[in-house]
Design a protein around this ligand. Structure first.
Ligand code: PGA
Length: 250
């Protein structure tokens, strides 16, 4: 049985004080959750959120990380800084990082390996654009992002990896992939993982769906065989929406 993980990616929202107040309210609303819950605030908001969640099982993640350990890299944040701040997991390869900031599979792979070597779990995001999907390139793109993103990652380290399938055309657009479409992309990803690491790693891999997940569609998505969680953007910013997503099975 795979343990479901629901993560909220706050993107560039929530000041340190707003984030702390929100996190405290969320912790109360999801006290009875039986799933792994993660919130990923902006870097400067991490400290206040970690403090607000001191007595909660909600984990704090980061939305990005440097590919370097330390030194003259203005504006960057290292894995050690994240660990010391109380972060347990880091989102890497989000499509906004790929599209807006030009992050390549190779660059993302360096960050994945660095995070793992600092005992940080990783949510590796993959997903196709509308153009790629309509051009029949869905599988080619997913395969490349998986194979290159996980290059030189050992089978043992795979228990610290979550893959998030996020079709780019579904992010922030209100368009969700149908549960069947999402499930078949997830099945494809699991099969690629099986080719790389064997059946038992593939069977235990948590694959989240992301892209306009809301309280109204989470149940249908989570009912699918290969969907083991959600990476939520917009709907993770209010307790009214995020709590029912986390409590989808209550
Ligand atoms: P969305 O974002 O839920 O607002 O579509 C998801 C994501 O980008 O992780």
């Amino acid at each position: 049985m795979r343990k479901v993980c629901i993560a909220g990616n706050w993107k560039m929202n929530m000041t340190p004080s707003a984030g702390a107040a929100f996190a405290a309210e969320l912790a109360k609303a999801v006290k009875d959750a039986s799933v792994r819950v993660v919130v990923a605030p902006p870097f400067v908001t991490i400290g206040s959120v970690v403090k607000a969640l001191e007595n909660s099982s909600i984990e704090v993640g980061a939305q990005n990380m440097s590919d370097q350990v330390s030194g003259a890299f203005t504006g960057e944040i290292s894995p050690e800084m994240l660990k010391d701040a109380g972060v347990t997991i880091v989102i890497l390869g989000h499509s906004e990082r790929r599209a807006i900031y030009g992050e390549t599979d190779d660059f993302i792979n360096r960050k994945v390996k660095l995070a793992l070597s600092h005992d940080l779990d990783v949510i590796l995001c993959v997903g196709e654009t509308l153009e790629e999907r309509e051009g029949g390139k869905l599988e080619e793109v997913l395969k490349r992002q998986i194979v290159e993103g996980l290059k030189d990652v050992s089978a043992d380290s795979m228990e610290n990896i979550i893959v998030a399938y996020e079709p780019v055309w579904a992010i922030g657009t209100g368009k969700t992939a149908t549960p069947d479409d999402a499930n078949s992309a997830h099945a494809f990803i699991r099969n690629e993982i099986e080719k790389l690491y064997g059946k038992s790693v593939a069977e235990s891999l948590i694959i989240q769906y992301g892209g306009s997940v809301k309280p109204s569609n989470v149940k249908d998505l989570m009912a699918m065989e290969h969907i083991d969680g959600a990476l939520v953007g917009g709907a993770s910013l209010t307790v009214e929406q995020f709590a029912p997503i986390v409590r989808y099975n209550k």
